[in-house]
Each structure stands twice: as C-alpha cells, then as structure tokens.
Design a protein around this ligand. Sequence first.
Ligand code: SF4
Length: 1529
Amino acid sequence: MTGKAGPGAVLSKALVALGCMEHRGACSADQDSGDGAGVMTAVPWKLLGVEEADQAHTGVGMAFLSQDMQQAQGAMKVIEASARKKGFEFAGWREVPVNEEKLGKLAREAMPKIQQFFLRAPGITGDALERALYLFRRSLVVCFREAGQMDLGKGTYLCSLSSRTIVYKGMVRSVVLREFYGDLANPEYETRWAIYHRRFSTNTMPRWPLAQPMRLLGHNGEINTLLGNINWARAHSSDLNQQCDFDKLVRPDNLSLLESCDTQGAEGLEPVVDVAKSDSANLDSAFELLVRAGRDAAEGLMVLVPEAYTSLPDLESRPALQAFYDYHSGIQEAWDGPALLVFSDGKMMGAKLDRNGLRPARYLVTEDGLVCMMSETGAVPIDEGRVKERGRLGPGDMIAVDLERGVFLHNDEIGQDVTSRKPYGEWIERHSLSIPRQPFAQESMMDQVADLPLQLTKFGWSLEDTEMIIADMASTGKESTYCMGDDIPLAVLSSRPHTLYNYFKQRFAQVTNPPIDPLREGTVMSLKVSLGRKGNVLEPNEENARLLRLESPLLNSAELDLVMSTPKFPSRSLSTVYPLTDGPEGLRAAVDRLCNEAVKTVSGGVEVLLLSDRLGSDLEGELTYIPPLLAVGAVHHRLIEEGLRMRASLVIETGQAWNTHQLACLIGYGASAVHPYLALQAVRDWHGEKKTQVQMESGVLPRLTLEQALLNYRDANEAGLLKVMSKMGISLIESYTGAQIFEAIGIGHDLLQLGFRGTPSRVGGLSVSDLAQEVGGFVAKALEMRGGAGSRKLENYGFYKFMVKGEYHHNSPQLSKLLHKAVNGDGDISQYELFSKAVAERPPTTLRDLLEIQSDRPPVPLSDVEPVEAIMRRFCTGGMSLGALSREAHETLAIAMNRIGGKSNSGEGGEDPVRFEPLKDVDQATGLSPRLPHLKGLRNGDIATSAIKQVASGRFGVTPEYLMNADQIEIKIAQGAKPGEGGQLPGKKIDDYIAGLRSSKAGVTLISPPPHHDIYSIEDLAQLIFDLHAINPRARVSVKLVAEVGIGTIAAGVSKANADVIQISGHDGGTGASPLSSIKHAGSPWELGLAEVHRTLMENGLRGRVLLRVDGGFKTGYDILQAALMGGEEYGFGTIAMVAAGCIMARICHTNNCPVGVATQREDLRAKFPGTPADVVNYFAMVAEEVRGLLAEFGYRSLDEVIGRADLLKPREDVALTKTRALNMDFLTQLPDSRQDRAWLRHDGVHSNGPMLDDDIFESVAPAIAQHASHRETIDIVNTDRAVGARLAGEIAKRYGNRGFKGQLDLRFRGSAGQSFGAFAVAGMDVRLEGEANDYVGKGMNGGRVVIVPHPDFRKRTDVSFPDQVIAGNTCLYGATGGILYALGRAGERFAVRNSGAVAVVEGAGDHMCEYMTGGIVVCLGRVGKNVGAGMTGGLAYVYEDDAIASSSLPFDKLVNTGIVKTQRIQTKAGDAQLKAILVDYLNATGSAKANVILKNWNAHVGKFHQVVPPAESSVPEVKDANVKASAE
Ligand code: SF4
C-alpha cells in the first residue's frame, strides 16, 4: 500500500487491512498465538529520533535476541563490537516498546527480547549503505563464531537492517500486532508505504523469526521446488566464490568499510539459503542477494519467479521479453509454486504473482494517489467515489510503485523497462545453440544392442516391462493403466531383486502446495533443458548466453550424437561400469573413481559430462555397473561439494531406464538429459516381433511404423514426466532437475550419503554393499542366460500382475476365495480364522509386518471388552465412487455400513437422492425393494445413503442436497493409488445414469483435475472447510491426505484450518483406474504417515482438535490394533470391502468388464453381482470380534485405551529379510508417551465457524423458508463476511431438496463481499451485491441467481470503463450445478471452472475460462485470458469480440484451447435466441451499458460472438441446424 505519508495515514490503513486478513492466518494450539503477522514500512525516522542530517547514512536494525537477559546482552555486545570492527559507528540501542500481555501463551513463552540498533556509516548512503548493512548482517554469524558465541548467534535474528526499510513482526494475530508494538500506534510513526502480512504456517511450525514480511518480501503461498533451489543455490554460491563475485557487490562507490565486511568469499558470510529456513525465508534471501548485487527489485523477481512466457499467446510480438526469459532460464531455475509476492527495497515496492496465477491479488488506485494491493478486496476502507482503477494480478503479472518517482507501473511497463536493459536477444543469437528434435530414423547405429535379452536381464528388466510398459507406450503413446493399487512387498522387504529406483517414492503436493494440471493447464509447463556451463546469475553478461538448448530431456541417439559432437561445448563420456571381480565392496570404490574422474574432467573445462553404462562388447559378462541413479546422484553432489556443479551438465546414457518414474528419478537427482538406449532398442524389438505385426495386421493394435512407435514411446514418457512434475506443482523441468523430490524407503545411511544426500529415509535399509549384491543378482541371471543355463526369455517377476510363481500379492484370488467362504451365509468364523492366519503368515509385505504387539499387562476376560458394535462404529469404507463401482456394489456397501453403525464413503461421483431415505417397502420374504430393485438381501429400515459424502476436485454431483445428507463431508486432497493426480473414469463406464448424477456426458471419459481449484494453499483449504461447515453445520469435515514425509506439518495446518477429521491413506490403496507408474511409485506406507501425523499433532498440542482415520490394505483385526497403537481412531477398508461384497480379484476394474458386476456399468455383468449387505456385515463383525479377542489377550478393554500406545509395539525377531538387517522401526514405535494423559482422545462436537452474517440473516428469513414465502432484505457486507448465503441454501435444501422451495428470498447486499459469496445457492434465492466480490462467487451453486454490480458511488464515475474493472475474484462458479450468475465487470482466473449447469454472464475474465466445464452456458462480453475451454466437454460459451477488444487483446482463436472444443459463429436460430434471451435478462438485472448497446443493434452485434462448442454439444439445436441460418451470417 502506498499513499500519503501523513502521520499514520498509510500505516493505519495497512493495520486495518491486516485485521481483515485474520481468517487467512492461523493460530497455535492455544488458539491465541498467531502463526505470524507483521508490517514492513519505511524507517520512521521521526519516531526513532534520528536527526534529518544523519538519516541518509544510518541503518536501523530490528533484532530478536535471546529471552535470557544475560545472553541477550552478550549478543548485543558482539553486534556492537563487530559493527565497530567493520568500520560502522555504533549509535546505540533502543528497546522496542511492547505489551506482552497481549500475546497468546505460546507466543509469550517464545517471545524474544526485541531491540533496535543504529549503525552510522559516514560518507556512505543509498545502495552502497544498503550493501554494507547487508554484508554486515550476513557476516554476523562469523562474528559470533569468532567471539566464541555461536549459541548467541543462533538465538539472534535480525528482522531487518536497512537505511530504508524496517520490519515489525511476531507470533501474533492480526489485530494484536498494533497492540503489541507500541510504535505502531504512535502518531509519530510516519511512512508513505507499508506491506502487511498474516501467516498461516504449514511447511514449518510457527516461530517468531518466521513471521512475515521477511527482509524484502512477504510471500503468500509455497515454493514447491525449494529443495532443488537450495541445492542449485549452493552450487551457484560455490562457483560464485571462485569467481570472487562477492567482490562485485562492492561497487566503485564503496569505501574501505565495505571491503572490510569480508567479501572475499562466502566463508565469511552466512549461507544465502539453508534447509532449516522456511521457503519464504529462502526465497527472500535469494531475492535479497540479487537486489544487493545491483538488480532492481522488479528485475530480481522476474529472474527468480518468471512468468510462463512460452505460453503467452502474444509472445511473438514481444521478442525482448522472450529473450530476457530465455536468457535467464539457462542460468537460474525458477522458484516455482503458488506465490503472491509483495516486495520492497525501499526504492520500489510492488507485487508479483506466480506463473499459474494460483493466489488472489487485487488492487485499486485512487485519484489522490493511494495504491492498495491485497489478497482480498475490501480489506482497506476506501471512498468508492475516489477509486479510478480496480484490477487484479493475472498469472505472472507484476505491478509496482516507483517510490522515488512516485509512479504507478503496470505489468507491461515494468516488463518493457526491465527487458530492454540488456541486448539479451542478441546475446542468445550470438552464443546459444539449439538442437532440434531428430527423427529416430536418423539414429546412428549406436543403439544396435547385441544380445538384447541378456542386456535387459543384466539391467533388471522383467518380462512385464517389455510386455506391458514398452508395448503400451509404443502402441498408444500413453502409460499403462491398471487398478487395485500396489499390493506387493516394499522393495526392501521383497525377496526378489528390484532396481534402485523402486526404493524411491515420488513426493507430491497436497494442501499447502497444490499439484497443477498437466492436461488442462499444460501450457504453463516446459520440458526444455539447457546444457553447458551456467554463468553468474548476479551479473548479466554476454558469456552467460552460451548454452546448448534441447527440446526435451529424453534423447534419442541422434540427438545424443549432436550433443557430444558440438565443439563449442566440450563434452566427455565417463563409463559407469566396473569389473565384476571387484565384488560387492567394489561398488563404493567404483563410485569414488567415477566422482574423482568427473571432478577432474569438469575442472579441465568439460561442460557436458556423459555417464554411460553401455557394456560395449562385454558379452562375456566381465563387467557390472554402478546403478545409474547412484551414479548421477553421487556425481551431482560431489560436483556441488567441489564448487564445480555449475560448470557442467550431466547426461545419462543407460540401459536401466524405461519408465517415467525412472526418468524422473534420474532427472530429480541431477541429470539434465537421459538417453535410454536399451528402452529404445526394446521398442524396436517389440515393433519387429511377429506377434506385434500380426496384431497390427488384425487391427488389435494400431498400425504403426517403427518411427511412430518410437515417437509414441517418447511422447508417453514426456507426458509422464510432466505428470510427475505436476504432482509436486512444478512447471519446469529445469526446476525439477536436482530437486530430489523423493522419499527413500529402505535406503541406509551410507548409501544415502553417497548419492542421495538430503533425501528423507526414515527406516534405514540397504548399505552400499547390499545394493551391490542386489545388482549382482541381475548380473548373475544374465550370466546364467549367457551360459545357456537359464532361459533366453526374460524372467517375469510378477510385480504388476499376480502369478503363481511370481511376487507375493496381498490381494490375491486365493485370499478372496478364503474370505468369500467366511462371509457367505451366516458367516463362518472358522473360515475367517483361516483367512486371518493366511494374512498373518504372509511374507513381510508392509512395514507393520515387521512389528508385533507385546502387552504390558495380563489378559482380561473377553466379556470385559467393549462390544463388537462399538468397534464397528469405527469402521469406514474407502472413497469408491459410483461409476468406478456399480450401483449394486456401491449401495450394498452403504447399506451394510449403515447397518453396523460405521460409515460408507460416497467417493466423488455424487449420489442418487433416492438413497437418502430409509427403505420401507422391502418384501421380507424375498429381501427385495421396488425402490432399489437391483439389490438383494434388504430389510426395512435399511438406508443406502453414504454417511461420508466426498467433495473431490471434479465436484461431480456435489449439490446442496447431497451435502445436507452427509454426516461427514470429506475433502479428498489425494488418493492412495495416484496421489497428486485427479480421479479417472473411463468413458465406457459412464452410462446415462452415471452421467446424470455427475452432470456430465455419457461415454465421455472424465479425468478430474489434480488440484481443487479452490485449494491452492492452506488458507484456501480453510475457506473450503468454512464453506462446508457453513452449508451443513451438523456435518464433520474430514480431509483425506496420503502418507508422505512431511505429512505431519501438513496435518498440523489442516487441523488449524478447522478440519474435524484427518484421513491418512497409504500408498497402496486404490480401486479405480490409475497410471501404473503412479500406483507403484507415489506416496508412502500409511504406517509412516499415521505415526508422523500423530506425533506432530501431539507435540504441538493439536491432537485433540482432530480425529485420525487411517486406511491402506487393512484386512484383519491385527491390522486394526496396530493402527490404533500408532494413533488411528477410525479405520478404512477399501479393496477388502469390495472382496466381501463379491470381488474375485480379476483386476480388470478399469475395463468395465468386471466379471462379477462389482466394478462395471454393463447391465449384463451387473446382473451377476453376488453380494448382499449381510456378507459385508459378516466380514466386519468378524474383524471386530477378532479385535475384541486381541484386546482381551493384551489386557485392554477398549480401543480407546490403546490408541496411541506405540510403546506396545516391538520389532519382530522372527523375521529375516533377504536384503538387509538394517531396518529401524523406531519411527513407528517411538511415539509421544500417552499412557497417562488421554484427554486428547476427547474431540469436541462438530467444529463451528463461529458467528457468521448468515446467522443473522437466517433469523429473519427462517419464517419465509418454513412457509415457502417471500422475503426481502438489504444488508451491509464486508470482506470478512464469507460464504454468505451458504447456510440459507443448506437450510432450504435440507427441507425441500435442491429444487423444492417455492418461496423467494430477495437479499440485497452493499459493500465488499468475502470469499464464496453465494456459495451453494439454491432455487428461490435471489442475491444482489452492489460493490465487489472476492474469490469463489457462486461456488457449488445449484439454483437461484447471484447478481453483482459496482458500488453506486463508483458507478457514478464517468471516466471509468466498467467492463475493464475487476468485480469478482478467481474460480467463480467452481462446481456449480445450476443457477444464474451475472457480474457487471471482469472476473478473475478460471471463471466457471467445472461448471456443470449454471448460466453466467460476465464482462471479462482471466485465463482458463470454462475450464473442464461439463454443462451450463457462459457469456463473456469483453476480454478473456488464454486457455479458454481447456478440457471442456459439455455446455456452451459465447464470447464477444468487437474491433476494440481485438485491438487490445489477441484474436480470440489464439486464446482458445482447441484440444477438445472448436469455435464457430452462431449458426442457428436456437443459438441466436438462447444468447439473446440471456442477455436481455442480464441487462434487466444489471443495467449493463454494453449489453444495452449489443441488444439495441442485435443484428450488427450477434455476428461478433464466438460460440465455443465441445463435441458432445455439436448436435444440439443451439449449435447445429442445417436448414436455418442465424441472422449473424
Ligand atoms: S472382480 Fe471386478 S472389482 Fe474385483 S478386481 Fe476384478 S474387475 Fe475389479
């Protein structure tokens, strides 16, 4: 915010705005200590009493010191002495006046001593002084070390040290900041600008220093690429030291003072980045370095957080912009993730949004020079009549105020200024070299591999890899799809050899940093890489443009040839093979040799280092190899250590890379490009096989040339790589490279140190020599093959499909048979015991199989143990959607769970309202009901509603009535089978019934978007939880997460976001269709997730706030008890519940051919469904009885008594693993001691939103709702009034369903509405807002009307063009299933995303309009952003484009994503009439001048509309009528 300096004018406005942002922050366990709030302003010299003459050469430090007075004084002495030593005059300390009474308990306990200090540097001013202060601050760590006071150094934190800016912040709530810091309430505090921030901490636990703003910026969002950025920053730093670039910070205007600040190398300075700091703090440090090195603030952020420039439709007309970003993309990987960044260096302030536009950012400018930017409009009280511009930041946009010149700058002005400073285009033209994609036909003979089966065997291939992975990718261009989750032993537990990749699990974004959508929003992503020496990012120069650029990291041999033969970029190949005779201990030595050679080679000037495991002529089998993943990881880290990493790129040529996970691992650990020579040869081999050719001939496979097959293979892998990156919210492969976004499961310390430093590995595992043994297993098989002893056919390890002699699968047909025998009829407990015994005796498969329960007390009589009914109440089924399952299976499971008092979960497909009422019409003799005629074994009183109703990203069937019929509402953030990806329902499983429930089109495949478009950060999740509590205050809200490292902190955030229940799913779950690599390689075991969440919540006093539910492969009572001991309170059953209902484990669920009618929509197969509710009840009753027996045996009387008692778990001594003895289960067994205090097990009732505006409104409208009457009311509204209308909608839907209310609520609001205005509106609600709205207007609305027009005072202005003014935020109408939205102004990004029934008119919109729409009509009368209609499979859009719009934007056809939709002019009378009727209604509702002009001269204007049409709508009368042409033509 900038404006007039007048005492307190700007600051007091900023503090008011901060107060309005309280709901975007969070508090600690005491509900009082904020996660953080703060302000950055100009230094208030008057308040601080610094004479005007001294101000220019004085710096002010704001210091947090130790709480201990003596220690604080010690730190102060070090700072004083060090400052003097560096040449500053130390001008004194000032105790900052604070009122600690205002702090929450936890904040007070952690409160530092807060002092300001003043440093004078006579003769130095401006930027030079800022650099001196910066270097002094960073050198303090050394000063403390030299003074022997390292502890004091660690306890000291400088919020700011500057002559221009100062930061006041703390672990406080918004309104407390001003009450805590007396200065902020002091009228002497003068500043012309201020930045305010309220923190919701999710990736770290709250601490005083982590409050924001940081030193230069405030950050709302997450940095997904953090680990990679830190590694690369380390790599840059060491290179910078050698170039003495820190000296370049000392410009000609520096005096000896600066030189004495130890600029001779980083050793004298605190590191720029540090894993111990938060993502925001690290980004701030990287940004500060650029600024202090001389880049201006705007330029610095453009370098670090570039926009998605390659997807800009008008890029061709902006060559300087393209050149700027191209140049920097080679030397600085993006800091990527959802981010609204607000910054100031005291000379310029501004705000920038991430490339995807994932955070809200609204601004306004008044005629008297006030500029306000805020996450939510309405936060700053403003005279509406003085506003002259209302805008928002679009993806990648920046606005700024030049504080020295007093000028407001828009995005384009900033871009033009920054990009014209250097001739980046010329530099690239002169020095950069690009290698375009080469046809496979051009490949050299390098890929001709002798004895392919032998080599494949040696590198660990299984027959499934060639017959499934290679064949599917080569024939379809897509990854293999499979179902039913991953049910084989973890690689470290398996007795079969695995490649090293299988010990690494992909991490993924959930809640705090969303995945992105590589299908619908792939335009922001890029696989382009650059090779060669990476220059100094601090100083742009011509030399830095010298890079070798590739289109993709996946190389064929022709491309590799070009890379290796380009003289301008010296290259060298290093072999990663070594003699087999070196034995298992030889691996470490071979890695050391390789690393030494790499160091030598790169030191000698080589810029492209190829690591190759080609065995050449080694058909005699004398050689083995370093696993390529270890080779790349080890060399990458060694080069970083040696300060050489930026001088060369790593390229891998390997026979051990054939699927997307393996490629992602190689790149994630540092490879810039990969040549998978054996995989390419395997494709050739597959193509040449007789069987393949016959299948092509017969049409079983598409007819493909070899070139096409190879291209398909590459396409599939590239799409897979984009998907893996997108799971983590990363858009650019350069940012993914070296980011190490994996968790190791089964890797020991020495191996981790050798190649994977920084990767979490919580249970230890394989040593380097263990790994060598495992590789040796592959080599031995190859030797057998060579010697003729083994078959020439590849071994089938059976990792994917169950086979009798293959790997163990815990969901096997045999186990299904045992269970069926147990559950059929009245239930046979002896059969169940056989089933349970088979599970207990399985080979070690999961981590819990290594643990046993050892009680600390004698047994108790069984009769003392709580009853089966109490235990079954804790049972739930997994979220399996209707669509994935048949009606029969879905309803049978629901009825069974309702019978036992447990909870079934609807999954994400909606639910038929016929299921919401209990059955009363069952024929007791037959067990049949006319209402649900397809079910068997029914009883009167049965109810088929799912107690848990899921709200997933696709929002299928999420109507107000659906939500009001839930006991619990589950927000599915991720799913076990494919965390980080959306659900997937093949078109052949979507019949009219399923499509009707989902408001989609029969036969059209549905792949849900991976992100919830209303959860791009934790505060968004808090908002969605708020919305759901608002509509249904009686339903608990649960949040479903998937286990991964870091889930504890995420869960802490979720609990602070007011969730009632957290569900933790294991990586092994999943019933529906999923890409095979996702099933196998993403997520972690639930044991690790549950233990981490329970521990973190206990340690932070948050455990009582949430109930923990867990699922993942549960089968028996022993599973339940183990989960209870690790902290689980409720237990989910997925696959096994399906088995109880009749599934026989044929594992073809994704094909719609399930032979027993469980997972199919084919009527003939559904008729074969064998299950009854009683079968399912039998199963759960037997599990519960088993739990009772175990409790009695262990001496406990209820599950409540053992939950969290991990002290009763001990490692089993009777288990011997084949691969290692080094697994350590402490992570699962060493949980906080909870033997005494059990209060955390008492959870309050459903969490409340607290008082809401809707409560007041409801009081006055309740009689009208009760009587189908009318009611009219006018209400003032402010941005803190959120989800207005939701509660009313819920009350109406509860009584009358979605469409049954016959009355009319006419509600008129004036002001700025908070988020989710009009959410879930239903028929009979007419809501009108005069003012402006924030994000999510009309979210989930089903009926009624929402109208938004500008505030009357603003509307009076004659100098404002209202179609250009932003009136509503992002993601409006998300998941709407009906109703009308009219907005007289522009809306933000993703307007009408996932709309399936609403009609909307808006005067302009941002990017991604109508994304993934499946129904409804959208009319846009003004400019739209790019990517219109991405993934749109239903509904229509009309977009107006006259000459004025065309000249201010790009032609509409360049803004449309034509992947699915096509555009045309209106061609039918029906289309003409439809549009006209909508516009007439819109004009009547809003008085829109633009609609008026259009309608007045309809025939002249109707031809200026484009109609956006998905294929499923191509035959509707509004689109196609061969006989009648519309007037437009
Ligand atoms: S029986 Fe049906 S539900 Fe079970 S695995 Fe096979 S296809 Fe899937």
